[in-house]
Design a protein around this ligand. Structure first.
Ligand code: GRF
Length: 199
């Protein structure tokens, strides 16, 4: 029985990618990371892939002025690699229709809040944590969900809460949500799908 083949799409430092790599390498996540794809040439996540001998590629907006061309090139690459599941891990582009024509129901995303709260257009990165702190909420957390055309609106797969501490800044909160929630539930959600999809 072959393993679930995943592609991880990134834009930044790649700590969520690293969490997946660590679980694959310690044998607790029986999937194959087939490739790492970034929309930015300088993404630190590409260096992480290189360090772990994982195929990686950048599809820079400089080479694809039209996003649909960028997405079409990425989807073609994913198909060539026989990717089963697309994992958005800090991928800062809103993917276009082209993805859904091929990968509908097979794209997941990690969001740094307990959706449906603090999600949707404009809620990404530190902005999420700024809004959470401003709301006076006592807890926040992270969500892994299916990706659908409407931003952050797909069915939830897994969530994990994290407490908000007095004196928290957006940066402190971002770090706690990353380490105590995101890095745990993203690999776990992939493991759940691998089992559900009978790999
Ligand atoms: C994190 O803030 C995460 O919540 C969001 O994008 C960022 C990714 O960070 N989805 P990293 O590149 O995985 O470190």
């Amino acid at each position: 029985m072959r393993k679930l083949r995943i592609a991880v799409l990134v834009s930044g430092g790649g700590t969520n990618l690293q969490a997946i790599i660590d679980r694959v390498e310690d044998g607790t996540l029986p999937v194959e990371i087939v490739c790492v794809i970034s929309n930015r040439l300088q993404a630190g996540a590409l260096e992480r892939a290189a360090r772990h001998g994982i195929d990686h590629a950048a599809f820079s907006i400089r080479d694809y002025p039209e996003q649909r061309d960028q997405d079409a090139a990425i989807v073609a690459y994913l198909q060539e690699k026989h990717v089963d599941l697309v994992v958005l891990a800090g991928y800062l582009r809103i993917i276009s229709r082209v993805f859904f024509e091929t990968y509908a129901g097979r794209i997941i995303n990690i969001h740094p809040a307990l959706l449906p709260d603090f999600g949707g257009d404009g809620f990404y990165g530190l902005r999420v944590h700024e809004a959470v702190l401003k709301s006076g909420a006592k807890t926040t957390g992270a969500t892994v969900h299916y990706v659908v055309p409407e931003t952050d609106a797909g069915a939830v797969i897994l969530q994990k809460s994290v407490e908000i501490l007095p004196g928290d800044t957006p940066e402190l909160l971002q770090k706690r949500v990353l380490t105590q929630a995101e890095h745990i539930i993203l690999p776990e959600a992939i493991a759940i799908l691998a089992k559900e999809w009978k790999f």
